[in-house]
Design a protein around this ligand. Structure first.
Ligand code: 6LW
Length: 503
């Protein structure tokens, strides 16, 4: 008996590298957040289906380095575990502080400042043996010094969790079936066996999950004869790139794998507009090996409307229901926003969306039929953006003189200026399915940017091809994030929503 239906994506919007933990009847799930803050969302569930965002590991400056760290670096691949009354998140601050271990007694926070380990690698996992020894298992991708980028396969060593220091030289473990980038290891003690599960093949279309077992957490390891136990490579499965999984025993006594995958779009399924999201599937055990069911798509969780109405905000006081889902770039929303009478205000720092640290607040895009709308008092220069990174974004911007629509795609920028309507009510960015014909089938979606006037008439000022804001084009580890930015002066957000673009 498996939980039915299983919504997939389970956690929509960019939420890659999921790690899942069961403590009693409670389930916790952590994902990567890269340059965004608050960082490393912690979701909670009691049924594995309905997940609530309860906290973030990184809520304070300094927990991740961020300053000077390239976009796409920083918070990579958490593992969430529990031992002796303490919750642990082991994670890499890629190109920043290095491999870190955060702790909390309550996963709803606060989390610690994080201790720096002397692991040179990524994707750390923690597991304890019966004697209480803690093993850190990681992907030996060297992230510093002259050997940056060299891969030593899966590595493991005992670690002292109070100091973050390894207690022995790391040893090489079983590293899969020969696929590139053996990574995301997780070690489990299930029944009589220790299991070492890893991802291999790279996080793109070749991605997969393989497993080995042993009588000891240190090996020797015996690979599963039917590896990879999960992959969508070369198949017509709706969810591609599946891998980087973690195993959990569900409330129904059925095992599940939670992993990253991509909802690929276009006729040849070439473009993933939303990046890597979190998915779930069931796992059965046959002869001591996991047999993983293909990942189904069921977009129930992607279709919620989101409306943040700040009209009643009082000066100096963030609303009690201020969404935990808001994220900013390299700073927290609380650092960039000021509550004022009737709204929350972003103040321009002279930097636009081409900069790695703009004044910005937004959310992960979750639905394909997304319409993002902003009602705001703009005194200066600012607007709405759909962002992958500072080199890939579409903006609609209000200035004192005109409205600008802009597509920034690496070294190319396309921009047009339009007369400012006197009766501007809102600006919007909406994603729609391309309709009809061969060319339309080739892409992911179309992105329309426009405004609504006081009597509710809409004008679309530009339509850009959505494929350029996809994981395959940007080579980003994240996904689309939409939000409000301010370059100069102030933008006072009164209402900000994501609803459906299907009228
Ligand atoms: C993650 C690693 C990966 O640490 O991407 O390509 C990194 N593979 O497993 C960031 O998500």
């Amino acid at each position: 008996m498996t939980i039915s239906p299983m919504p997939n994506p389970l956690i929509p919007g960019f939420n890659p590298d999921p790690s899942v933990l069961r403590v009693g009847d409670d389930f916790y799930l952590a994902t990567s957040s890269f340059e965004y803050l608050p960082g490393v969302p912690i979701y909670h569930s009691r049924d594995l289906i309905n997940w609530t965002l309860i906290s973030h590991v990184a809520t304070r400056p300094g927990q991740f380095q961020l300053d000077g760290v390239p976009t796409g670096g920083s918070a990579w691949a958490p593992t969430i575990r529990f031992h002796d009354g303490v919750f642990y998140v082991a994670i890499t601050d890629a190109m920043g502080r290095g491999t870190l271990i955060f702790t909390a007694t309550d996963p709803a926070g606060e989390w610690s400042d994080g201790i720096v380990t002397n692991v040179d690698g990524i994707d750390p996992d923690l597991v304890w043996d019966e004697q209480g020894n803690c093993f850190i298992t990681f992907s030996g991708l060297i992230m510093s010094g002259p050997e940056f980028g060299k891969h030593l396969g899966i590595q493991q060593a005992r670690i002292d969790l109070t100091t973050g220091q390894l207690l022995e030289e790391p040893r090489s473990l079983w590293s899969g079936t020969g696929g590139m980038f053996p990574e995301a290891p997780h070690v489990y003690h299930i029944g009589d066996w220790w299991y070492l599960m890893i991802a291999e093949g790279g996080t793109e279309r070749g991605h997969s999950e393989s497993i080995a077992r042993s009588k000891s957490p240190e090996g020797p390891w015996e690979g599963c004869p039917s590896n990879p136990i999960l992959t969508a490579r070369g198949t017509a499965r709706p969810i591609q790139n599946t891998g980087h999984g973690d195993l959990v025993l569900g409330p129904d006594n059925q095992w599940y794998m939670i992993m990253l995958g991509m909802r690929t779009r276009g006729m040849t399924r070439a473009f993933s507009s939303h990046g890597r999201e979190t998915f779930i599937t069931s796992v059965d055990w046959v002869d001591g090996w996991p047999v993983v069911a293909p990942v189904h798509v069921d977009e129930t969780n992607s279709h919620f409307d989101f409306v943040a109405d700040f009209h009643k905000v009082k000066a100096g006081k963030f609303p009690a229901d201020f969404s935990k889902e808001f994220i900013s770039i390299r700073r927290t929303p609380a650092q960039v926003l000021t509550p004022v009478a009737g709204g929350v205000q972003l103040n321009g720092n002279g930097l636009g969306m081409d900069d790695p640290a703009p004044a910005f607040v937004g959310r992960r895009q979750r639905r394909f039929d997304s319409r993002v709308e902003l009602v705001a008092e703009i005194e200066g220069i600012g607007g709405l953006t759909l962002r992958y990174d500072e080199q890939s974004h579409y903006d609609i911007e209000v200035t004192p003189y005109d409205i600008v629509v802009r597509a920034r795609l690496y070294e190319m920028t396309k921009e047009s200026r339009h007369a400012l309507p006197e009766n501007l009510k809102s600006i919007f960015i909406q994603c729609v399915d391309p309709k009809g014909g061969w060319e339309a089938m080739a892409t992911s979606d179309l992105v329309q940017l426009g405004f609504v006037n006081e009597i509710g008439e809409s004008a679309i000022l530009a339509t850009f091809d959505g494929r350029y804001l996809s994981a395959e084009v940007t080579t980003s580890f994240t996904g689309r994030v939409y939000g409000v930015y301010c370059t100069q002066g102030s933008v006072t957000i009164q209402k900000f929503s994501e609803t459906t673009s299907n009228d």
